[in-house]
Design a protein around this ligand. Structure first.
Ligand code: SAH
Length: 200
């Protein structure tokens, strides 16, 4: 998987090392474990999916921007795979999931894996996490129809946010917060589950 990620253009050694370390097969159902390292997204129940390895790598690489960051926030823990990767790359991770059984399972798995620098919460992340803001990085694992100003405001100056955005057609965006405002770049077309409101 790591050699394929390099072939696909992933260059950040911190991201590649993290993805080498995290046992992706433990995050999917046993019946799918043999496909865990293929470059495909897989179902994780409750109509949700774990993103394919390339997308996780691409997003975390874009988030880090080859520079160190302290605290990052993920919306959409899902099975917890990307959260585990983030916890290998960054010192402090906060992640929220709106679907309770997914949150419970991810919390147990990350704890079993000895990951202590990720704080998981069962919550709707669409309005961010005001008690933990500002963040050096924010990453969304579900697509927002439009840019959330509330989330953007929780970025520290110099912070970066990576998110899929759009309804019919989705693109991955990078938002960089500068002292003077926000800079937006469109990275590549993607396909994500929608960001939904409220807890379930
Ligand atoms: N990073 C995950 C991807 C999970 S798919 C992984 O590695 O498995 C996206 C997840 O976002 C789903 O589990 C979905 O329930 C969750 N989600 C969608 N809208 C949300 C919201 N407003 N707040 C928190 N989680 C949300």
């Amino acid at each position: 998987m790591i050699a394929r990620l390099r072939d696909q253009g992933i260059q950040d050694e911190a991201v590649l090392a993290a993805m080498y370390e995290v046992p992706r097969h433990l995050f999917v159902d046993e019946a799918l474990a043999s496909r865990a390292y293929d470059d495909v997204s897989l179902p994780i129940n409750y109509e949700q999916t774990i993103s394919r390895p390339y997308i996780v790598a691409r997003m975390v690489e874009a988030l880090r921007g080859f520079s160190d960051m302290k605290r990052v926030f993920e919306v959409g823990t899902g099975c917890g795979y990307q959260a585990a990767v983030l916890a290998h790359v960054f010192p402090e991770v906060c992640t929220v999931e709106r679907i309770e059984p997914l949150y419970e399972r991810a919390r147990k798995l990350l704890s079993d894996l000895g990951i202590r620098n990720a704080e998981l919460r069962h919550a709707d992340g669409s309005n961010g996490l005001p008690d933990k803001a500002p963040f050096d990085g924010i990453i969304l694992a579900a697509a927002a129809p439009v840019m959330s100003r509330t989330l953007r405001e929780q970025l520290a100056i110099g912070g970066r946010m990576v998110l899929p955005m759009g309804t019919q057609e989705q693109w991955l965006y990078l938002i960089e917060r500068e002292a003077s405002g926000f800079r937006e770049s469109r990275l590549e077309p993607v396909k994500f589950v929608p960001l939904l409101m409220g807890k379930a």
